[in-house]
Design a protein around this ligand. Structure first.
Ligand code: FES
Ligand code: FES
Length: 423
């Protein structure tokens, strides 16, 4: 059992829970807040939607232990909320419910939508609400109810977003020129540079402003489909760096330097005989894990190839992970005859324990794709730095990753509706 303290509907709660208890069960069975419904328990139907730290989330795929210190609001916590009162009235008038099973999650998601956006058409509301499923009314009444409140939106005093609690800090590496405003803000803290000469003289850490970081090109990462075989999940990634292969190999053969470019990766010390201990931290919304373990690095310089294998465990969730990352560098020539390097990465991993349910989801594919982009960007930054410069260790920026994942999902959805290939 693990002791947790969180705030639920404004009340402080202390409890002992098993690591695999999900938040929906915790709310329903420990706190008897049965307004949170459970439908699919796979994060699909949205019946279990609640607010965590001011953002809507699926409580069936959120561990209660991961909410230690969080503020949770369930449908019972919206009794005094004006916007929710308008929605209740509109749902009733527009016959937007029959059995009511989906209604709590539907209303929390609708309130969040209206708080964030106005002026949406019925079709846009359908797209925005597509993460909440209803088994009986059909969606006509639901969309009509939301449209009704959205029309009145200019006259409503809307709740302001709760101040977001950071999950993990922003990735400090230089950012792509296509950064969104959210990312730019999250990462505006600057990119720390350890300038060898200045650092040696003064012991201080000069900073590269986000403005100059923004000028860097964005590196496109191709991510292959997720395949499962023999208990492992495999996927491939590839990206092109505008640097000659020999230079890229010099950097990528240095496993410690590579580790510093991987978001969330920390080594405990230098490599000894190709082995090192360390940990990989991930955070996706309220799901946080820190896999501590050991890795082995094997290089094949003649083939410009390196293989890193490792295994570790996350004590908090009781999950274990093992995996292998293999990368190979291939020479390419750019349009102006410049030397480029194509980096081909093969990733395979297996997860056991409570976090295993995420191992093959598309969300993981999106997350890995974003981690790959940050990795490529950090490699490029490091290769572009003057001699002796060193970027600070990269970290996962959960907010920016979630934002990019959401944007990509929406983009893909819109492209599908319009019958266009995703850009
Ligand atoms: Fe959580 Fe279906 S019960 S999304
Ligand atoms: Fe029955 Fe939506 S009203 S599932």
């Amino acid at each position: 059992m693990t002791a947790i303290t969180l705030t639920v509907n404004g009340q402080s709660v202390n409890a002992q829970v098993t690591p695999r208890t999900h938040l929906a069960d915790f709310l329903r069975e420990h706190l008897l807040l049965t307004g949170t419904h459970i439908g699919c328990e796979h994060g699909i139907c949205g019946a279990c939607t609640v607010e965590i730290n001011g953002e809507i989330a699926r409580s069936c795929i959120t561990y209660a232990v991961a909410c230690d210190g969080a503020e949770v609001r369930t449908i019972e916590g919206f009794d005094d909320d004006d916007l929710m009162a308008r929605l209740r009235q509109a749902f009733s008038e527009a016959h937007a419910l029959q059995c009511g099973y989906c209604t709590p999650g539907m209303m929390i998601a609708a309130r969040d939508l209206i708080r964030r956006k106005g002026g949406l058409t019925g079709a846009q509301i359908r797209t925005e609400m597509s993460g909440n499923l209803c088994r009986c009314t059909g969606y006509v009444g639901i969309v009509r109810a939301i449209e009704r409140v959205m029309l009145a939106r200019p006259t409503l005093s809307l709740p302001t977003a709760s101040p977001r609690k950071p999950q993990l800090g922003p990735a400090p590496g230089p950012q792509p020129s296509g950064s969104t405003a959210a990312e730019t803000k999250a990462q505006s803290a600057t990119v720390r540079l350890k300038d060898a000469s200045a650092g040696a003289k003064t012991g201080t850490t000069p900073r590269l402003s986000a403005g100059s970081a923004k000028k860097r090109r964005r590196i496109k990462v191709e991510t292959g489909s997720v395949e499962a075989s023999g208990g492992a999940t495999r996927l491939t990634q590839a990206f092109v760096l505008e640097h000659p292969r020999v230079e890229v190999w010099r950097l990528m053969a240095d496993a410690e330097a590579v580790a510093r470019c991987i978001p969330g990766m920390h080594l405990d010390g230098p490599l000894v005989d190709g082995r090192a201990a360390g940990r990989m931290e991930i955070a996706l919304g309220p799901i946080k894990a820190s896999f501590a373990g050991e890795g082995l690095v094997v290089s094949f310089p003649n083939e410009f190839r390196q293989v890193i294998t490792g295994a570790g465990g996350d004590r908090k969730s009781g999950s274990s992970a093992s995996g292998e990352v293999a990368y190979r560098l291939r020479e390419e020539v750019g349009p102006a005859g410049e030397d480029l390097t194509r980096v081909e990465v093969e990733l395979s991993y297996s997860l056991t324990g409570p976090l295993a349910q995420f191992s093959r989801s598309n969300l993981v594919r999106d997350l890995v794709s974003r981690v790959g982009e940050n990795f490529a960007q950090n490699l490029d930054a490091r290769l572009s730095m003057p001699d002796g410069a060193e970027i600070a260790p990269a970290r996962l920026g959960a907010a920016s990753l979630m934002w990019r994942v959401a944007v990509d999902r929406i983009r893909a959805g819109v492209s599908k509706i319009l019958g266009r290939p995703p850009s």
